[in-house]
Design a protein around this ligand. Structure first.
Ligand SMILES: C[S@@+](CC[C@H](N)C(=O)[O-])C[C@H]1O[C@@H](n2cnc3c(N)ncnc32)[C@H](O)[C@@H]1O
Length: 288
């Protein structure tokens, strides 16, 4: 029963862009970035290892990875679990996942191309663990969380961004140079999220509480070094990944060059992220 704040309606109001990313269908958005995303995330596996360790899987357990992407987590999960169901709406991301499976000789991942919004409870069997990592591109959050809870036998784990200083200056840079929107913090969008609402993880946490699920919540720091052969390579990648228009090339070049240091093979950008883990074990009180 919603109180003064209706968290699900607040999510809908502030995340409507999650459905249509910058005017494009979210699946098409990820289709077009799949190769680049895969190249980047597969080079940096340390964070994935620590995420997987948190799940404490046993070899007899099954995992449902909602929004699995190119398998950054599904691949290491499959080495520990009995099997993994990797669901993603993007054919391009799943194609990369399948190539990664073949390259690494992994056969116990079943890929399902579908949006979580369109999944009905009777078409998927319950899994021991249900996971979502930066993949809640959903309009009706309550429905999405209800399905995750219903399909989990042991636990649900949601990794999400803190919406805080995810990358020094990056949000501000994109707001000024891509979205062309004001920088007063009152308008603007970042990956489909409006800047006026509370941080996404607070909405998720509070909505779960309203549903009768008292989840655990943890802030986690994640550092990574991203290597580039040259500034040109970095500019090309960032343009593609973040949809920076051609006329902003110079600004992007300056922004990136200020953040990179020389290393043995070219340039290195140190990135620091703050992730939130929201999790709950099954067997407590059932959702309202
Ligand atoms: C940032 S990537 C994260 C991929 C992976 N979970 C990881 O941590 O590396 C987001 C992925 O979630 C998928 N996704 C987002 N919302 C989804 C939804 N409602 N249904 C299915 N897939 C979704 C996207 O297609 C994309 O592949």
């Amino acid at each position: 029963m919603p109180g003064i704040i209706n968290w699900n309606e607040l999510w809908k109001a502030t995340h409507a862009g999650g459905f249509h990313h910058h005017g494009k269908d979210l699946a098409a958005h990820w289709d077009s970035r799949a190769r680049l995303f895969n190249k980047r995330v597969m080079k940096n596996r340390e964070w994935a290892k620590s995420q997987v360790a948190i799940l404490g899987l046993t070899p007899s357990e099954t995992v449902l990875d909602m929004g699995a992407g190119t398998g950054r987590l599904a691949l290491p999960l499959a080495r520990q679990a009995k099997s993994v169901t990797a669901l993603d709406q993007s054919a391009g991301m799943l194609a990369c996942l399948q190539e990664n499976m073949a390259a690494e000789g992994i056969g116990n991942i079943r890929c399902i191309q579908k949006s979580w919004n369109d999944v009905s409870l009777d078409e998927l069997e319950p899994h021991d663990v249900v996971l979502s990592s930066n993949s809640l591109g959903v309009y009706d959050l309550k429905e999405a969380l209800t399905k995750m809870d219903a399909l989990a036998k042991r636990a649900v784990y949601i990794f999400t961004f803190s919406d805080g200083k995810r990358d020094d200056g990056l949000r501000q840079f994109l707001r000024e140079n891509r979205d062309g929107e004001s920088t007063d913090g009152k308008r603007g969008s970042w990956h489909g999220r409006s800047e006026i609402g509370p941080a996404s993880y607070l909405v998720i946490y509070n909505l779960l509480a309203e549903m009768g699920i008292l989840a655990d919540i943890k802030m986690m720091n994640w550092q990574s070094d991203v290597h580039y052969a040259s500034l040109d390579e970095a500019v090309a990648e960032w343009k593609e990944m973040h949809e920076v228009p051609d006329e902003k090339d110079q600004q992007l070049r300056e922004f990136l060059s200020q953040r990179m240091t020389k290393d043995g093979s070219g340039l290195c950008m140190h990135r620091s992220h703050r992730q939130v883990l929201i999790s709950w074990q099954k067997g407590g009180s059932s959702p309202a």
